[in-house]
Write a protein that binds this ligand. Structure first.
Ligand code: LMR
Length: 399
């Protein structure tokens, strides 16, 4: 029998690991939780809060969970594709109507992160030397997720934080440098971290250019319904997928169904023929099998029940509208507070960026108990009626 202690001191495996910095965004959750000040303000991670500052489970979700509890008869495996009816309903939500394009295949994924990772792995699996063009700044987890699959990334400047504007000409110029078959990561709506979305005219120009140059859109659609409405927020994605003969869309239900921790998402891939669609679908299943085998069921089952039950669907749509309207009214309120915050009203969704240095962000944390990302990104939807003015006052004092 091997002596358990015989190799003490010769650490050939785990001792080789390099320390990793905690994820800066997720670290804000525990930092804020540990702050005893009752006046603290959490505008870090993207979670919607109601006027009282809570993140209650949506009415439609609670009712669907009850139905699921009462009617679910088995928890036997579904397969790597997840809940097929959920995927069908998501396809309609993303692409509109009763979209049945046979060139588009879809699978359920563990949240939008799973969809992004699976999409990156699928691109890698093609063996093509595709690069991914990424506008900066972007969600800090984009590069790690895509980088994990080993895809080369090309950064370009998307937004100027000081003038609060999209650098559209620079974006188009950067895409001039892309080769046919390269992939372009686009935020479908509610750009994270800036809130600065392409206008429909800009979507029109960029997608026409991409179609002409055979560039492939990879759209991250994680906030559908929270910018300007469910249909409006899908307009750019639909334009990109209609125009380009190949495309990927990573969709998340985290925010619009408020099922954050249930990890509910889907990935759609548009290919050039029905034959390729079958092969691509098979590849998605085998890649998913090696990463998570099968996606978690609960959130997808709940979203399916909601969308398949007219009364619940109507209630959910009303709740999404309420969240959207509340974010809009918070934006208006912040913008009215000081002319230097006026731009916030022109932006969409949960996030906007403040032109603050990391030191100023840190000072807001220690002096005021205000927790936001080091980049100056703050979660508009994290403010409550009681703290929005105090937040604006503290921020303006630093500008
Ligand atoms: C965010 O950007 O705050 C959210 O998308 C949560 C996350 O996973 O980072």
């Amino acid at each position: 029998m091997a002596d358990a202690g015989s190799n003490t001191g010769s650490d050939l495996l785990f001792g080789r690991l390099k320390p990793q910095a905690p994820d800066a965004l997720l670290a804000l959750i525990s930092l804020c939780n540990a702050d005893p000040r009752p006046t603290k303000i959490d505008v870090g991670v993207g979670v919607y809060r109601d006027p009282q500052g809570g993140t209650p489970i949506l009415r439609a979700v609670k009712r669907a969970e009850q139905i699921l509890h009462d009617t679910q008869e088995t928890k036997a495996y579904l397969g790597a594709e997840g809940d097929a009816r959920f995927v069908e309903l998501m396809r309609e939500l993303v692409f509109g109507g009763t979209s049945r394009d046979a060139h588009i295949v879809g699978v359920q994924t563990p949240g939008g992160c799973g969809a992004l990772r699976l999409g990156a792995e699928l691109i890698k699996a093609t063996g093509a030397d595709a690069r991914i063009f990424i506008g900066q700044p972007t969600w800090p987890n984009h590069a790690p997720l895509i980088g994990c699959a080993g895809l080369p990334m090309v950064d370009y400047k998307y937004y100027d934080r000081d003038s609060h504007t999209i650098l559209f000409d620079e974006m188009m110029q950067a895409l001039e440098g892309a080769r046919a078959g390269d992939v372009v990561l686009l935020h479908g709506c509610c750009h994270n971290p800036t809130g600065a979305d392409l206008s429909l005219d800009q979507w029109d120009r960029v997608t026409a250019f991409m179609a002409e140059r055979c560039l492939i859109p990879f759209v991250d659609l994680a906030y559908q319904g929270l910018g300007n409405g469910l249909e409006e927020d899908a307009a750019g994605t639909r334009m990109a997928v209609e125009r380009c003969n190949q495309a990927l869309v990573a969709h998340s239900c985290d925010k619009n169904f408020g099922v954050y921790r249930d990890r509910t998402g889907s990935l759609f891939v548009k290919v050039t023929s029905e034959e390729v669609a079958k092969v691509a679908y098979g590849n998605l299943l085998s890649l998913a099998r090696t990463m998570w085998s099968m996606p978690p069921d609960h959130g997808a089952a709940v979203a399916r029940i909601i969308l398949d039950t007219p009364e619940l669907r109507a209630d959910w749509e009303a709740e999404v509208k309420e969240m959207c309207a509340r974010i809009r009214s918070l934006r208006t309120r912040l913008a009215a507070f000081d002319p230097r915050l006026a731009y916030i009203n022109e932006q969409n969704g949960m996030f906007s960026m403040l032109p603050l240095s990391p030191e100023q962000v840190k000072a807001l944390q220690t002096e005021e108990g205000i927790y936001m990302a080091g980049s100056g990104r703050f979660n508009v939807a994290g403010l409550s009626d009681a703290n929005v003015d105090r937040f604006a006052q503290a921020v303006v004092a630093k500008l």
